[in-house]
Ligand binder design. Structure first.
Ligand code: BES
Ligand code: MN
Ligand code: ZN
Length: 519
């Protein structure tokens, strides 16, 4: 390949006579020196600065199309700015079309944020090959998810407007009004629930404790169709939940098992959700390395997803399923009473477990919740959501949630829901070959294998010990709960993943029989 060379020539004329593709003007921030010799350019720059959108900050750009502006000048729009956002080709599978609308909504929110717009009007696309309700749902979702900010711990600066849109307006562009209204309402509920999960996760470990999980659920319990029960330490002792209590031993914060029930009709099947509510994971005595340990405040994202999903379910008012959510909540710290490697605990239901690694604590608290939830509510199916293993990040990176389970139809329903929500799932195997890795010499099982091989699968094998024959699916969100695929409507921190997938799955629930009748 020959080397490409690019010519650089000096331009000796007045820059305002330049007729080429792009006239770029390099302007230093805060500089009042003229940008170039032409008076036209200087006048233009002065007006651009007046908009407040361009100060000359490092890497900041402001692209103008003088010819197009002249066309509009005959009948100028009163809007301060006009933004065109691309949707790509209007073809391909519906899930891809849905996602493009969300992304475009996110782009609008992002742009609005950069120019500090307080109000924005969005025109829905005409002739887009989706149902009007879905168009409104996805655009609305993208707008609200993209507009999310967490600024609770930042002092407001007087001269700095929030950088968040206060009001979005949507123009239906001739689409059926009733459908648009309904779709928009659904999109709003889903986006707000997702943002609620992000809020819980963004809270630091000292701002979101197990007691805060309990308080949040208690508040939700006042909503129609919802009922909240909180099991405190004394109740956990009485029930013999040695997993939650064991993990909690090294912490000064009391543990809770938070229960939220959504009940519409006693004839409906009950679906059990369980979410890991580990409000901070230091690893305990098997301590984690310091680098990045602050991210372990996010170890409660499964619990957040499950409670946020309950909020959305109640607001939508799902008619055909009852749903029970369980969130075992505790910290994993190394206080002097902490669980030690070699200790043996006894789970709810009696199964004993030898602790090999106190950092494999998620499975310990979920085991109690799963066993208790199945014994108490006899659910038709169980779905747990947890930041369970670092290994899932090695296997799938940050773009797919790991899915494991004992029932093909449940797995299929979840994969379809994840595809519709653009929260993709990838199924991993389970089996006796892996289960061997948690055989213990002295207890029924042990909480970690002797090497790291198949870590995500081994973690799921542990949970499987507590679900019996109930159709069960496990979502390992360690890679996607934060740092999820970068998108216009997904922030860098917590993504709120799982909320929209769970709600979509439950909205379209197709009854399944138990594993026995499966063959
Ligand atoms: N919360 C972690 C898993 C995790 C790691 C989530 C990194 C997100 C990012 C979990 O409690 C844990 O520590 N798992 C151990 C299990 C091991 C000791 C068997 C792990 O993955 O290393
Ligand atoms: Mn851990
Ligand atoms: Zn953990």
């Amino acid at each position: 390949m020959s080397a490409q060379t690019t010519a650089i020539e000096l331009f000796g004329q007045d820059p305002s006579l330049f007729t080429g593709d792009l006239l770029a003007c390099l302007v230093a921030e805060g500089s009042s020196r003229p940008a170039g010799p032409g008076p036209g350019i200087n006048r233009l720059l002065a007006r651009v600065r007046e908009t407040g959108d361009f100060k000359g900050e490092k890497d900041q750009v402001f692209l103008l199309y003088p010819e197009l502006t002249a066309v509009a000048a005959a009948q100028p729009l009163p809007a301060r700015r006009v933004l065109f956002v691309g949707l790509g080709k209007a073809d391909g599978p519906a899930n891809g079309l849905r996602e493009r609308l969300r992304l475009a909504g996110g782009v609008v929110a992002k742009q609005a944020g950069t120019v500090k717009a307080r109000e924005a009007l969005v025109l829905l696309p005409r002739d887009y090959p989706l149902d009007a309700g879905e168009i409104a749902e996805c655009v609305g979702e993208g707008l609200l998810l993209g507009n999310y900010r967490f600024d609770r711990y930042k002092q407001p600066k007087d001269d700095d407007p929030p950088g968040r849109v206060e009001r979005f307006f949507l123009h239906r562009s001739g689409l059926a009004a009733a459908k648009v209204r309904k779709g928009l309402e659904l999109g709003r509920i889903l986006a707000e629930a997702t943002c609620a999960a992000r809020d819980m996760a963004n809270q630091p470990g000292n701002g979101w404790t197990p007691a805060d999980f309990a308080e949040y659920a208690r508040q939700l319990g006042q909503k129609r169709f919802l009922r909240c029960t909180i099991l405190d330490k004394a109740a956990l002792r009485q029930l013999g939940m040695g997993g939650i209590l064991g993990v909690n031993q090294g912490s000064a914060q009391p543990p809770f098992l938070v229960i939220l029930e959504y009940r519409r009709n006693t004839k409906n099947p009950t679906i059990l959700l369980a979410g890991k509510g580990l409000t901070f994971d230091s690893g305990g005595i098997s301590a984690k390395a310091p680098a990045g340990m602050e991210d372990m405040k996010y170890d409660m994202c499964g619990g957040a997803a499950v409670l946020a999903a309950m909020r959305a379910i109640a607001e939508i008012g799902l008619p055909d399923v009852n749903v029970v959510a369980l969130v075992p909540a505790t910290e994993n710290l190394s206080g002097s009473a902490a669980l030690k490697p070699g200790d043996v605990i006894r789970h709810y239901g009696g199964k004993t477990s030898e602790i090999i690694n106190t950092d494999a604590e998620g499975r310990l608290i979920l085991a109690d919740a799963l066993a208790y939830g199945i014994a108490t509510y006899q659910p038709q199916a169980v779905i747990d959501v947890a930041t369970l293993t670092g290994a899932v990040i090695i296997g799938l990176g940050h773009h797919y949630t790991g899915l494991l389970g004992n029932d093909d139809r449940l797995a299929e329903q979840l994969i379809a829901a994840g595809d519709r929500a653009a929260e993709p799932l990838w199924r991993l195997p389970l089996g006796p070959e892996y289960r061997k890795q948690i055989d213990s010499r002295i207890a029924d099982i042990k909480n970690a294998g002797s090497d790291r091989s198949g870590g995500t699968i081994v973690g799921a094998c542990y949970l499987q010990e507590f679900v019996g024959q109930t159709p069960w699916a496990h979502l390992d969100i360690a890679g996607t709960a934060w740092g999820f695929t970068e998108k216009s409507y997904i922030p860098k921190g917590p993504s709120g993943i799982g909320v929209r997938t769970l709600v979509d799955c439950l909205r379209r629930w197709r009854p399944i029989q138990s594993v026995d009748e499966n063959h």
